[in-house]
Design a binder for this molecule. Structure first.
Ligand code: GLS
Length: 855
């Protein structure tokens, strides 16, 4: 690489290249420089916001040199790259993570440094300048470009790909407004816009990387001079896509990958001068506003498809810009098209980017002049598709008339893909006429619909689910016919994982340090299976004491947060029972709150003596409801109303508190998760594809109560049945149970009946407000089987109460569980994708020394 630059120049460049900070002085110097020059402030007016800005810029400078070098090396070595296409990247805060990753250089060179690196150089540096690092970190606005698990998974994957030196780019949209901020007003959710871009030091606008994106128009077909049929997509409108780059640093490596987010802009420039000059001020900016609308908002639905035109526009805008970029990069290598899939692996994070399949086929056919078969062979070797849900309401479909209008050429190509696919099916299964209708990419409904998951399967070489049960379910239910057509090998499982850097080391630094002191340093952050060394200490008195102290301190921290945000005082010695995730009927927060009401009624019916024997509990909820999801909003309302009754009931006191934490997001999760004793993962069996917070809670020394669903099953297998509280019906029984509800052979659970009576009496406010919630279970088939699982849920909660009384045993269980969580690192997960789907190798940076961290 370097040989292309003559020696004297090379030396000059090298002399002044920035590296990670070698000392805290060097860091301080950079902070002061940014305060005084970039921010034009001084020691006298540098507040915490300015200190945050300067510290971030100091780290960003280092990141960007690493980023440059990584990109150069990847380009020169001509290696295969992964492109991860996701409409959501729920990144959270960046500074803390950058400090950990860039700051690590220090640890390698000095053995005397304490283990918590970020609390060394940068913390000391900031403190010398008069700031507390915790306060500075708090200044950062979360990058909340996602809804829930799917978006956070994408963020964990970026972290792992960089940390494993896998050449990879993320592609997404730069939403001006991320997921809305949730406020709770009189017990109701109110949505407030999240304008997060006021100051964002982590992005680099690339005003030189702008792509024209076409919409609408029509297709003209003609024969060229050689007699070949050519299709030309003409007319319509053009919107510009501008690139913004976010550097993604790896842990314990110089490798820094890229997340490229596209922002939309009017093609005509600022505004229409002619209209402006003629006095038509308003419409002079209309084009600009219409274009900017494309990347303005993140659709706030999780596990729900709503088929809005703007959403389809977002999808095409993002996919077309990303593919233009990927193809341009490939073409620079001057390789033959047949080598495309040796250089490029594109992973589709759910069906949202499925249009990429069609767009690549269009580019190869209409722009590069390849024949259909040749083009299709390349396309179908390039893509992999990850399915994240089996919920029918989440499976994307787009109406054919909408497509016809917005993307006429793409619709033609989809019809052609479908034709060839159905011909293949017919050849293979000539006698099965019904099969054709079932698997057709076009649903013959009124209007006709394009089934995006089917298109994704047909155009990809691998399809994966995200946990074992989920991957089995897609093969036996929603995609059963496709297994028969393509054979079972096309379908695979990659169980989700989480990054231990953010979800252990950053969120729970004291626990990470304690673990490091027993397992030979911080190497476990790179190879999480090293945690198994901890198992020896599950009965070590001294170790258990420290372990329990850390949990208690984390609970004190959360209790403070609860006090400042809700005004309620909770006892940190009580059992903290937490359910934080998107609010959804299938996740069954309603069952949790009904259980809380049951507990409340039980306490009320007890004598003072009986009450003394009870373990005090704090039931903590958090999560957003999609703004249009009325039932989910009703659940939030009920939780808050129950809280306001229970929390001021003198009979109950500390025995039960009910808290709803406003605006759950990544940075709040980092405070909440380390403070749990028990967390709830209680979806109807077969509905939660994986869940990833279950992994985060266990890794932070909490136990879980859960159903046999998603990754709970594999967590149980790893940590052992004795360390988890499982309950409820199994996925295989769900169909029969639903049938029993619908055909009258189901009896209401008596305890749940009592809870409903209390709600109907108006104990928790206007009963009418909750009648639909209760009615869905009592009268309308109880689709999520709350009444079927309620008894076993209550019984299992009683077992939790019992188990918590034996603190010593409880602590041992949590240590054993953490020791056995190695499998759930997103590094393991990314290695599986790299090997079995992407066929891509790591590219280790040239100047990488030995880390001293082990593997
Ligand atoms: C989801 C699933 O609901 C989760 O179970 C899963 O953990 C996550 C990541 O694979 O994907 N699918 C979805 O649409 N939103 C999710 O969080």
């Amino acid at each position: 690489v370097e040989a292309s630059i003559p020696e004297p120049q090379r030396a000059a460049w090298k002399k002044f290249q920035a590296h990670g900070f070698k000392s805290k002085d060097e860091f301080e110097k950079e902070v002061v420089r940014h305060v005084e020059t970039t921010l034009a402030r001084s020691m006298f007016n540098c507040d915490e916001t300015a200190a945050y800005a300067a510290a971030s810029l100091a780290f960003r400078d280092r990141l960007i040199t690493q980023w440059n070098r990584t990109q150069q090396r990847q380009t020169f070595s001509d290696t295969k790259r992964v492109y991860y296409l996701s409409l959501e990247f729920l990144m959270g805060r960046a500074l803390d993570n950058a400090m950990l990753n860039v700051g690590l250089k220090n640890a390698r060179t000095s053995s005397s440094l304490p283990l918590i690196l970020k609390l060394t150089a940068s913390a000391e540096g900031l403190s010398e300048l008069g700031f507390r690092i915790e306060d500075i970190i708090e200044q950062e606005h979360d990058a909340a470009l996602g809804n829930g698990g799917l978006g956070r998974l994408a963020a964990c994957f970026l972290d792992s790909m960089a940390s494993l030196n896998i050449p990879a780019w993320g592609y997404g949209l730069r939403y001006r407004y991320g997921i809305f901020k949730q406020e709770i007003v009189d017990g109701y959710q109110v949505e407030v816009p999240d304008y997060w871009l006021d100051f964002n030091p982590w992005e680099f606008p690339r005003h030189d990387i702008v792509v024209d994106i076409q919409f609408y128009g029509h297709v003209r077909k003609y024969q060229d001079e050689a007699g070949k049929q050519v299709a030309l997509w003409e007319g319509g409108e053009i919107v510009k896509a501008v690139a913004y780059d976010v550097p993604i640093p790896g842990f314990d490596t110089q490798a820094t990958n890229n997340l490229r987010l596209w922002s939309s802009k009017a093609a005509s420039g600022e505004f229409d001068f002619q209209k402006f000059n003629s006095g038509d001020y308003e419409s002079s900016v209309a084009d600009q506003q219409r274009a900017e609308t494309i990347s303005a908002v993140l659709y706030p639905n999780d596990n729900l498809d709503r088929g809005k035109e703007l959403r389809l526009k977002q999808q095409y805008f993002w996919v077309a810009a990303s593919l233009y970029d990927i193809v341009r990069r490939f073409k620079k290598s001057k390789r033959a098209w047949s080598e495309f899939s040796d250089q490029v692996a594109i992973q589709l994070n759910d069906t949202h980017p499925t249009l990429a399949i069609v767009e690549l086929q269009r580019i190869l056919l209409d722009q590069e002049g390849l024949e259909w078969d040749e083009a299709w062979t390349i396309v179908s070797k390039t893509f992999g598709y990850t399915n994240h849900t089996v919920l029918p309401e989440a499976l994307e479909k787009w109406s054919v008339p909408l497509f016809q209008n917005l993307l006429p050429r793409h619709l033609q190509i989809i019809y052609e893909i479908n034709l060839y696919f159905l011909q293949l099916v017919e050849r293979k299964f000539p006698k099965e006429r019904d099969l054709l209708g079932r698997v057709s990419i076009i649903e013959e409904s009124q209007p006709k619909m394009v089934r995006m998951a089917y298109l994704a399967i047909v155009g990809s070489h691998k399809v994966n689910g995200v946990a074992e049960l989920h991957s089995d379910l897609i093969k036996t239910t929603i995609f059963k016919d496709f297994v028969k057509i393509f054979g079972p090998d096309k379908f695979t499982n990659v169980t989700n994982g989480i990054t231990p850097r953010r979800w252990l080391h950053q969120a729970n630094p004291r626990l990470s340090e304690l673990i490091a002191s027993k397992v030979g340093g911080l190497g476990f952050l790179k190879d999480l299976t090293l945690l198994n060394e901890l198992e020896k200490y599950a009965d070590d008195k001294e170790f258990k004491k420290e372990w329990a102290e850390i949990k208690y301190a984390n609970k004190v921290k959360l209790a403070k947060h609860i006090k400042t945000t809700t005004g309620v005082t909770v006892n940190p010695s009580a059992l903290f029972d937490i359910q934080v995730k998107r609010i959804h009927e299938y996740k069954r927060q309603q069952m949790n709150i009904f259980g809380v009401i049951h507990r409340y009624l039980t306490i009320k019916s007890m004598t003072a003596e009986e009450r003394k024997k009870l373990a005090p509990r704090v039931s903590i909820f958090g999560g957003k409801a999609a703004p249009g999801y009325w039932m989910a909003k009703t659940i939030i309302h009920l939780i808050n109303n129950v809280g306001s009754v229970v929390n001021k009931d003198k009979d109950v006191g500390d025995l039960l508190k009910v808290i709803f934490l406003e605006d759950y997001n990544v940075s709040k999760a980092e405070v909440i998760i380390p403070a749990s004793d028990i967390s709830e993962h209680i979806s109807t069996a077969g509905t939660e594809a994986s869940g990833t917070s279950n992994m985060k809670f266990v890794l932070n020394g909490g136990l879980i109560i859960g159903t046999c669903d998603g990754a709970n099953i594999e967590i149980t297998r790893e940590i052992g049945e004795n360390n988890i509280f499982l309950f409820g019906n199994l996925a295989e029984d769900v169909e029969d149970l639903r049938h029993a509800h619908n055909y009258g052979s189901h009896a209401m659970d008596p305890d749940l009946g009592k809870v409903f009576e209390e709600i109907k009496k108006g104990t928790f406010g206007d009963a009418g407000a909750f009648s639909a919630l209760v009615g869905a279970i009592e009268d309308h088939g109880d689709y999520y089987l709350v009444s079927d699982d309620f008894h076993s849920y209550i019984q299992t909660q009683a077992l939790v109460d019992e188990a918590y009384k034996d603190q010593d045993e409880w602590t041992s269980k949590t240590i054993t569980s953490v020791a056995r969580m190695g499998f759930f690192s997103s590094d393991r997960c990314i290695n599986e994708y790299a090997e079995s789907i992407w066929n891509v190798e790591p590219l280790v940076p040239e100047d990488e020394g030995t880390s001293g961290l082990g593997k």
